[in-house]
Design a protein around this ligand. Structure first.
Ligand code: C2E
Ligand code: CA
Ligand code: CA
Length: 526
């Protein structure tokens, strides 16, 4: 028993740990999905923000270049240069503006007139609209500074490097790409190196490449696309508290689930265990004496099923009987109990034809065509007369009136006495009881408990007794626990049988035999 409960404890602990880990793992998966979504939204928002900035930048380049080309002053005149300086001063993203003609730079806002003019190198990109672009080109008049330069007509726009510096949002990285929408080509990329393909950029995809998650977004009006990215490690540390939160909630839910499951053993395991117990004959029977309330003579006993499950836990009969009824194997249980009764008490029943054992049966037994033949065969085999086995059926189980009447009458014809159990708790009318044609009623314990009180329940008891007398029914009162209850029934003129702790608790067959033997010895000495 001790080993079993230790095993049970170990299984429970393993079960709890298993369920908790499983739910924590589910939490981890959900947390990661949420973190992934959050990261995606964050990268997309970053890309859109960069696009907006790029569009503003392109607008400034266009308006500045247009303005320079529309200068009302002679090319590289003092007024023209001064105008360039004003434009640089007022611009946000421009570092310098130059004036070019036939591939030579003649003046810039920074250096003024250049003599002799400087020849320009070949551009890196020539856009379809006729713009030339130089990338990372040294800026005139600076030592080693480079910039991207855009040329249109007779004007050069030198972009400020710092223009994009404040847009850094580590640990996210970004890459600016220049695309040609007409040919669907990515002309150049600047920024962090990319593993994502040109097609994926142009289709504005969200993709995981290597250990980096990328989101691409393109400008609606101009050519640039922006690709933002983050490594999985950075995304993990950025969202670690979210993920940890989900894991924690998952583990808590797992604990709650496993405790609920442990405290409420599943029907399935009850069903499996009970079926196995029936197959392996692991149920037992105890017998509660039924006595004449006036003399205390033991006239019979009620057989009550008992079961201790595989975990060593006692399962209450109302629990496993209800489960057996619900799951459809109560007929099997009744058969097991009947077999136990005849094997344990066969000798007593054969030697004392006045003694009877009451066996509880269910509605399903009445409906089972094999029940009567099985009972007959069993009793014949053990040479036990039918009247030694009485049958108890609750009022509720007689709901199928036609079936109940015919089955009961067949069993009574064979010699079995029929008892209506838990009488008073159902709603059977007097007429129905008459129609059922039974031998006895067992008055439910609630009425016995009410004796001595002025409750309505107690007031009904004399009416039930009168009715039973009229219908010539024997009466058994259940649940007699105290002497005053016993005295109440003993004082009546009517013969009353009783059952309850006051007269004897349900006991194993051997104890019942010992009790009967000692009663018989008492009688002889009197
Ligand atoms: P029941 O047929 O009404 O059985 C009487 C119940 O009252 C038994 O409970 C018995 O132990 C209990 N009892 C007896 N004297 C006293 C008392 O003085 N005070 C109190 N408080 N209780 C008392 P048990 O053994 O727990 O059985 C519960 C129910 O399970 C039974 O009620 C019966 O409906 C069902 N049952 C038990 N064995 C079988 C069986 O073999 N087949 C079927 N179909 N049902 C069974
Ligand atoms: Ca009963
Ligand atoms: Ca009862």
């Amino acid at each position: 028993m001790k080993r079993k409960s230790q095993q049970h404890m170990l299984v429970s602990i393993l079960h709890t740990v298993g369920v908790t880990l499983l739910c924590a793992a589910i939490g981890l998966v959900i947390g990661s999905v949420v973190a992934f979504k959050v990261t995606e939204v964050r990268l997309a928002r970053y890309a859109t923000h960069l696009i907006a900035h790029a569009e503003a930048f392109m607008n400034e380049i266009n308006t500045t270049l247009d303005s320079v080309n529309a200068s009302p002053y002679p090319f590289c005149s003092d007024e023209d240069i001064s105008r360039l300086r004003t434009l640089v001063f007022n611009g946000h993203l421009v570092k310098d503006i130059g004036r070019v003609r036939d591939g030579y730079i003649y003046c810039t806002s920074m250096r003024g007139r250049i003599s002799p003019p400087i020849k320009k190198s070949k551009p890196a990109i020539v856009t379809p609209s006729g713009r030339s672009i130089w990338l990372n080109t040294p800026i005139l008049g600076t030592s080693g500074m480079t910039a991207d330069i855009t040329e249109s007509g007779e004007a050069d726009f030198v972009a400020s490097r710092e223009a994009f510096e404040h847009l850094q949002e580590p640990p996210m990285i970004y890459t600016t790409t220049l695309t040609n929408r007409a040919t669907n080509q990515v002309l150049r990329t600047a920024g962090a190196p990319l593993k994502i393909s040109d097609a994926e950029i142009l289709e504005e995809k969200e993709v995981l490449k290597g250990n980096t998650f990328y989101v691409a977004r393109c400008s609606r009006q101009l050519a640039p696309c922006m690709v933002t990215g983050i490594t999985l490690q950075d995304a993990w540390s950025l969202n670690s508290s979210t993920i940890k939160g989900f894991v924690f909630i998952g583990a808590l839910a797992g604990l709650a689930v496993s405790f609920t499951l442990l405290l409420q053993p599943s029907k399935r395991s009850l069903s499996t265990q009970l079926q196995r117990a029936l197959r392996l004959n692991l149920l037992s029977v105890v017998y509660q004496p039924i006595v004449d309330v006036r003399t205390g003579q033991v006239l019979g006993a009620e057989a009550l099923a008992r079961w201790t499950n595989e975990d060593g836990q006692y399962v209450r009969p109302d629990v496993f009987i209800a489960a057996a009824e619900e799951l459809g194997f109560i007929e099997k249980l009744t058969r097991v109990i009947l077999r136990l009764v005849v094997s344990e008490l066969g000798e007593l029943l054969r030697s004392d034809p006045d003694f009877h054992i009451n066996v509880n049966i269910a509605a399903a037994d009445l409906a089972d065509p094999h029940f009567v033949p099985m009972l007959e065969k069993l009793l014949r085999k053990h040479k036990i007369p039918a009247r030694s086995i009485s049958l108890e059926l609750t009022e509720r189980s007689t709901a199928n009136r036609k079936l109940a009447i015919s089955s009961i009458s067949k069993l009574r014809e064979l010699g079995h006495e029929f008892y209506i159990d838990d009488f008073g708790t159902g709603y059977s009318s007097l007429a129905y009881l008459n129609e059922l044609a039974v031998d006895a009623i067992k008055i439910d314990r609630v009425f016995t408990d009410a004796i001595g009180t002025d409750s309505l329940t107690a007031a009904i008891v004399p009416q039930i007794l009168a009715m039973a007398e009229t219908l010539h029914l024997k009466v058994v009162v259940e649940g007699v626990e105290r002497a005053e209850q016993s005295n109440y029934f003993a004082a009546l003129d009517q013969k009353i049988l009783a059952q309850g702790w006051h007269f004897g608790e349900p006991v194993p067959a051997n104890d019942l035999l010992t009790l009967l033997a000692s009663k018989a010895a008492d009688k002889q000495t009197v």
